[in-house]
Design a protein around this ligand. Structure first.
Ligand SMILES: [Zn+2]
Length: 141
């Protein structure tokens, strides 16, 4: 079991109260965050499987607070599997912003990511999207 500082991502072999690297009060930090905020932070976790799990859970929670972080993640991650997980999570959250972003993922350099976006949008191909009918318009804003 490894422990990570949620601020600097230093890893330690023990569950410290204070990060030995940056001095963050780890207990206090976690106590001040809600579940979604913790998952959003876990998207930057250095251990590969953790961000993927976090993205998956965020999709299940369908909390719009996660949309911005997931979009940022797809823009910067080099991990195709993580990008796909983030695409799926955005599709599940399904806010207008999330769907509008997925339409732009059709230009993503990785085929797996483009495919995931295409499936999420339920399109036959990544052709320019008909913006006349945003999927969640009737949910109201
Ligand atoms: Zn730290």
């Amino acid at each position: 079991m490894r422990f990570y500082c949620p601020a600097c991502w230093a890893d330690f072999g023990e569950d410290f109260d204070w990060c030995p690297h940056c001095g963050l009060d780890v207990r206090e930090f976690w106590a001040s965050k809600d579940y979604v905020e913790k998952l959003v932070l876990a998207l930057n976790h250095p251990e590969k499987s953790t961000p993927i799990r976090a993205a998956w859970i965020l999709g299940k929670l369908r909390d719009p607070k996660a949309v911005k972080a997931l979009i940022g993640l797809i823009g910067k991650t080099k991990d195709v599997y993580l990008a796909v997980a983030a695409v799926r999570a955005l599709a599940e959250i399904g806010t207008h912003d999330a769907i509008a972003f997925l339409e732009t993922v059709c230009d993503h350099p990785a085929r797996m990511v483009r495919e995931a976006a295409r499936k999420a949008l339920d399109q036959d191909s990544c052709e320019p999207v008909n913006r006349q009918q945003p999927p969640n318009e009737e949910l109201g804003r």
